[in-house]
Structures are given as C-alpha cells and as structure tokens.
Design a binder for this molecule. Structure first.
Ligand code: FAD
Length: 649
C-alpha cells in the first residue's frame, strides 16, 4: 500500500560521518520501499514538552474568505472546500492515495513515470519525490520524465514576484541540462487559463504520455492542497468509470525538516507559539538524529538512452524552457536581469559556495551583500567561532555586516534542501547533537531554520492565514486602519521616501536586490502596520511581489508577527521605534549611507533621525524628505486602535 513508513534507523549518528554517502538502497519494490515524506503519519513522535504552556487551539477551520478588498486573494475552489479543515484534507489525501495499489498498476511498456517538479523543489539532490519517482522508474523499467507547470493564474493569485519567476526559469534551464545528461527529459507547460483547470490538464497529459505514476512533493498552501486533492479524486473516478488517467499518485513531504503536524503540544494540538515548538522540533530531530543527519533520498538514476528514440518522450529533449513568462517580466529589463543573475546565481556549485561562504569565511562588515560567492581568501581556521555562522548571534542583528547566510531564495525555491542546512550545521558543530540554543552562532542559526518550519506548520494548522485572514481572530476585520488619501503613504513606504532613514534604506535595498535583511523586514513591517496604520496585507502583498525569496508561510508569518495579528504572545503594543532600532542595527549609519545617498554626509547619530536635529530646509536641501508621520503620536494612535479592535471582537 502507498505510504508505508520507513522504520527509524537505530544507527547512532556517531557511526557515520555526516558527509558520508547514504546507505546503499536495497532493491525493494517501490510500494514496499519505505520513505519518510509521504502524506501519511503526521502523528507526533516526540513526547510533548512538559513546560509547554502553549494552548494553541486546532485552528478555527471554518474559515470564511473575507479580507480587505484590495488585498483579497481570489478563491480557486468553491467556498465549501474552504470549510474543509486541513486535518481533514490530510485525511482526504491519505485516503485517496490509499485507493490505488501498486498491483493495480499495469505499466504500459511504452509508458513512463512522471515526477512533477514544483516551484519549491528545484533540485536533483535530496529531493524526496524525485528520488522516489526515479526508484519507481527503475523498478518498473520505465523512463522517468520531469514535468513542470507554469500556472500563471496561480502566480498572479500568489503575487509571485517576477524576480522569483526569473530565478525559477534560470534554475529550470540548468536542471534541464543536468537531467539531459541522465537522458531524463524536463518538459514544461505554460498554462495561461483558469488555474482550476490544472488538475485536468495534468491528468490529460499523463494519459497522453501513458504514465504509470505521478510523484510530487506536497505544497502546503490551501490552493495547492486542493489542486492535489482534485487530482487524486479525478484518478479515483477514472478508476471507477474506466475513463481518464488511472495511474498511481503519491504526494510526499519534503519542504520542511520536521513536517507540519509532526510535533504537537501535550494536548495533541499544533503549536501557536514558537519557543515551545522549537524545543519540540529540536527534540524530534535529536531523538532521530541518524535519520535527519543522513540523506534518505537516493540519487536520480539515468534513463536508458533509448528514451531519446521514444515517439512521445524523445521530442521532449528539444523542448525549450521559456526565458520569461507573460505578465511576469522583470520591470528593469536587461539591467535588472543582469543584476539578479549576479546577486542570485544558479547552477553548478552555487549553493555549496553560498554555504561555504557562511560557514567557513569571516564576517565582512559593510559589504551590503553585493555578490554571494565572494569567499576567496576569507576562510577562517576556526569556523565554529570565527566564521559568519560562528558570529551569528551578534551578526544576525547587524544590518551593516554581512552576517547572515543569504540562503533564503535557495531554500524558498528548493535549490537546497533544508535538511542539508542542518546537516552542515551539525557537522560544523562537531558534537553528538544538533545544537539549537541561543548560546552559539550555530545553535542560533538552527533556530532560524526552525522558524521556517514553524510558519509552515502554522499555515497547515490555521489555513485561514493563506486566505488573507489573521491568525488572531481578535483582529479579523476589526482594526480601523488609517485613511491613506490617494495611497500616498503606502507609495512613499514602497519607494523608500518616508523620511525615516532606516525604513527608506531597507525599502530601497528590496527594490535593488529583491532581498531585505531580517531585522529590516521587521522594522519596515512594524512601521507600515503601526506607524502608518496601513493594513499589513498591503505590505505582505508588496513583499511577495518584490522578494526573490517570497514564501507564503514565512512572509505571512513575519507580517502577522510584526502587525501583532499572528502567532506571538507579545501584545500589540510592541511597536518598533525606527530611530532607536536604526542605532542598534546600524550603529555607524553605514547601511543607511549606502542605500540613501542623500544622507551620506551626515555625521554621528543625526543619520538615524535627521528631523530631530536638522531644519526642514536642511533636510530638503540634501534632497531627502521630511518624516511622513510623527512616530510618538502614531504609536499612541496605533495602541488605541488595536485596543479598540480587540474590544470590538
Ligand atoms: C515581514 C517579514 C517577511 C518575511 N518574508 C520572508 C519570505 O517571504 N521568505 C523567507 O524565506 N523569509 C521571510 N522572512 C524571514 C527572514 O527575514 C528571511 O528568511 C531572512 O532574512 C533571509 O535571509 P538569510 O537567508 O540570510 O537568513 P539567515 O539569518 O541566514 O537564516 C537562515 C534561514 O532561516 C530561515 N529564516 C530565518 N529567519 C526566519 C524567519 N523569521 N521566518 C522564517 N524563516 C526564517 C530562512 O529560510 C533563512 O534563509 C520574513 C520576515 C519578516 C519579518
């Protein structure tokens, strides 16, 4: 039956070097071969943390689709589907995937096995569904085909940024070449029509290709789960009626290290608070260290070269990956394309280079991340302490240092597996456990990786967050957001013209690089939602449209945290003071000088809050702008409005 769970290995982590190749795969029929990441088994495997005070309720799954008009996402599927609790969606996936049995499948001798590559798993190595599909293809003596669908309706609905799409297209072009070396074709389909048509499109294609099975990694967002559920339903129906594609479908868990639902509170509920979640997350990993620290996914095996003569599959080798998608062209044309290629390269050795730079080279002040691969000559002898990761506890809070990994675009699009990140951290730590505390740089970095899993777990448990609704229902339609005549304030925020230097510097870095330092993301998000009292969903949307690492879970989580509507025990009166934040994260003002050249000549602390020391004329003469809001007054207003909102709920 599909979804057999792999038994936990009893091998001690000390028995292997973390870099050693995975244990040899035995030739087991695919249906019996075990693996970690299927739709099954989302039960907790660690004992809940006894100190866990989190009373996270299993989400209000009766989510209505309601939000402020300008930022509402349209619905893919009928409203009834929106009422289905995600837990039930998991059941549906499990039930439906259990319908087909390996024995039922009669591979046609000119058929194939299909791996459906998604936006989040663009790699060959350590890719759960791809590895599994490859093993199935080998067992059935069928060729493997890689399918990738560009669903423009989905991209539009998810506000996918042209930069992220450009990154995806570049990586797919690279993967196509790598796969061709293994005689595996990568075929893409650009679907411009209604995104609800994707399940039918996929099933028809599989029928045309006489595919025996379809394998894919799960995308946890609501619309994507519904799409996959529909494919399973279609297949089931086809089996009953004998009409349509009737092959095997398996969906696997790959995007997180610890899959959503895998660690739960002592009441068996999902965590809504990060700290207890992170403790359980770390305990889960450390209690199954051998599993997590060794690659479980075997390499992709080459097709027989005769596939190139196959009537349907052969011509796919001539298929060209598009270089841009209609409606998602880079605004800055060739210049922007060149800048993105330099900042965020893809291809052979890139991910290794970025990790090496973070794990092995010394902290670089004031580089503002101009090129990710500059590591030559900066290697340190004691990377555990002296490298960027070694100094991460301090480095992560300094926007004027080059103190974080910049791996986020590669994680978001899946060019590196998150498991590989913690494997490398474990190896560098050189101990018997994965560190996850705040006392070392490595432990601190592992904690950040846990945030990524946490936010995915949140969106699975409370799917309303995917539908423009707050996690905290107190603020669901109750906040009296400020009037912003003509959208002028929002525009000033987007363009980095607010008169708050740290906010403006951060927003301009986003425009230029498609990336923003984490501290700055928090500062600008607090500024928009509290100082300007503009609906946080406007900021969430703009980030998704601008970021190269845009990811619904992390972005939504970050925005809701900053707007105090999310999973955070801190109440609404945490409001960042832009000037004092600026002094902390950019003490010498170097970051501001780099991104806001108008202020380059300012000395001392004036750069953090020019309006406090200079006249309006002096500020305007420098070519800068006056603050668009009075922070002290705005803070008081925001507290009042949030208090009123909570009272209204
Ligand atoms: C308002 C807001 C919006 C955000 N939007 C996104 C987004 O769309 N995509 C995204 O990947 N991250 C997002 N983040 C999280 C974080 O800012 C970025 O992951 C981080 O800045 C990426 O830089 P890095 O790779 O150098 O991070 P590092 O500090 O090196 O951290 C390593 C990895 O850990 C993960 N991580 C770190 N911090 C967080 C966090 N707070 N939440 C979730 N994961 C985290 C990321 O995958 C990151 O690449 C957002 C944060 C905020 C406050």
């Amino acid at each position: 039956m599909a979804g057999t769970r792999r038994a936990r290995s009893t091998v001690s982590p000390d028995d292997h070097d973390a870099d050693s190749p995975p244990p040899a795969k035995t030739k087991t029929p695919p249906a019996k071969r075990a693996r970690r990441s299927t739709t099954e088994d989302v039960k907790p495997k660690v004992k809940p943390d006894p100190e866990d005070e989190d009373d996270g309720e299993m989400g209000d799954t009766r989510f209505r689709v309601r939000s402020s008009a300008s930022v509402a996402r349209d619905e893919t599927f009928p409203p009834e589907m929106a009422k289905v609790p995600l837990a039930t969606m998991y059941d549906a996936l499990r039930e439906l995937s259990a319908v087909k049995q390996e024995d039922d499948v009669k591979p046609s001798k000119d058929g194939c096995v299909v791996y459906w590559s998604r936006n989040k798993d663009l790699r060959l190595d350590d890719n759960t569904a791809l590895s599994y599909a490859s093993a199935v293809a080998q067992d059935l003596h069928l060729p493997l085909v890689v399918l990738h669908i560009f669903s423009l309706g989905d991209y539009k609905s998810h506000d996918r940024s042209p930069r992220r799409i450009d990154f995806q297209l570049r990586q797919l072009a690279y993967l196509q070449k790598e796969l061709a070396k293994l005689d595996i074709p990568l075929f893409t389909i650009t679907h411009e029509g209604n995104r609800k048509e994707v399940p039918a499109l996929v099933c028809d294609k599989l029928d045309e290709w006489r595919a025996t099975g379809l394998y894919a990694n799960i995308e946890y967002e609501v619309d994507e789960l519904r799409r996959d559920t529909e494919i399973l339903e279609r297949t089931k129906k086809a089996r009953e009626t004998g009409k349509g594609w009737q092959g095997q479908v398996e969906l696997m868990r790959d995007f997180c290290i610890v899959a959503p639902g895998q660690v739960l509170t002592k009441q068996g509920k999902p965590y809504s608070v990060y700290s207890p979640y992170q403790r359980s997350w770390l305990a889960e990993i450390n209690s199954h260290l051998a599993d997590y620290m060794h690659k479980q996914n075997g390499p992709v095996v080459a097709n027989a070269s005769s596939v190139r003569d196959h009537a349907v599959l052969g011509p796919m080798f001539a298929h060209e990956i598009p270089t841009s998608l209609a409606g998602f062209e880079l605004e800055g044309g060739d210049d922007e394309a060149a800048r993105m290629r330099k900042l965020w390269p893809v291809g052979e050795g890139v991910v290794d280079g970025i990790m090496r730079r973070f794990l092995r080279t010394k902290m670089q002040p004031a580089k503002f991340f101009e090129a990710p691969l500059e590591s030559e000559g900066n290697e340190v002898d004691d990377p555990k302490k002296k490298s960027k990761i070694g100094e991460y506890c301090e480095g992560r809070n300094r926007v004027d240092w080059d103190g974080t990994s910049h791996i986020s675009p590669y994680l978001a699009a899946g060019l590196i597996s998150p498991r590989e990140c913690i494997r490398q951290a474990f190896k560098l730590a050189g101990g018997k456990e994965l560190p996850g505390g705040r006392d070392t740089g490595i432990g601190m970095w592992v904690q950040e990786i846990a945030w990524r899993d946490f936010y995915q777990a949140v969106l699975v448990a409370w799917p309303r967050v995917c539908m423009s609704r707050p996690y905290n229902l107190k603020y669901d339609g109750t906040v009296d957001w400020a009037e912003d005549a003509g959208g002028e304030k929002l525009k000033a925020w987007k363009e980095g013209r607010t008169g708050f230097p740290i906010v403006d510097a951060a927003m301009r870095s986003l425009k230029e690089q498609g990336y923003m330092h984490n501290r700055c993301r928090m500062i600008v998000a607090s500024f928009l939602s509290k100082d300007l009292l503009i609906d946080w969903r406007e900021g969430e949307k703009f980030f998704m449209q601008s970021l190269i690492d845009g990811d619904l879970g992390s972005n939504n989580g970050g925005w809701q945290w900053s707007a105090s509507t999310g999973c955070d025990p801190q109440p609404y009166f945490r409001i960042f003071n832009p000037a004092s934040q600026s002094e902390k994260v950019d003490p010498e003002g170097e970051y501001i000088r780099h991104w806001v050249p108008e202020l380059r000549k300012l000395k001392g602390k004036t750069i953090h809050d020019p309006a406090a020391k200079l006249t309006k004329k002096q500020i305007l003469d420098m070519g800068y702008v006056m603050p668009i809001v009075d922070h002290a007054k705005a803070r008081t207003t925001a507290i009042e409005k949030y208090k009123e909102a909570a009272a209204r709920a």
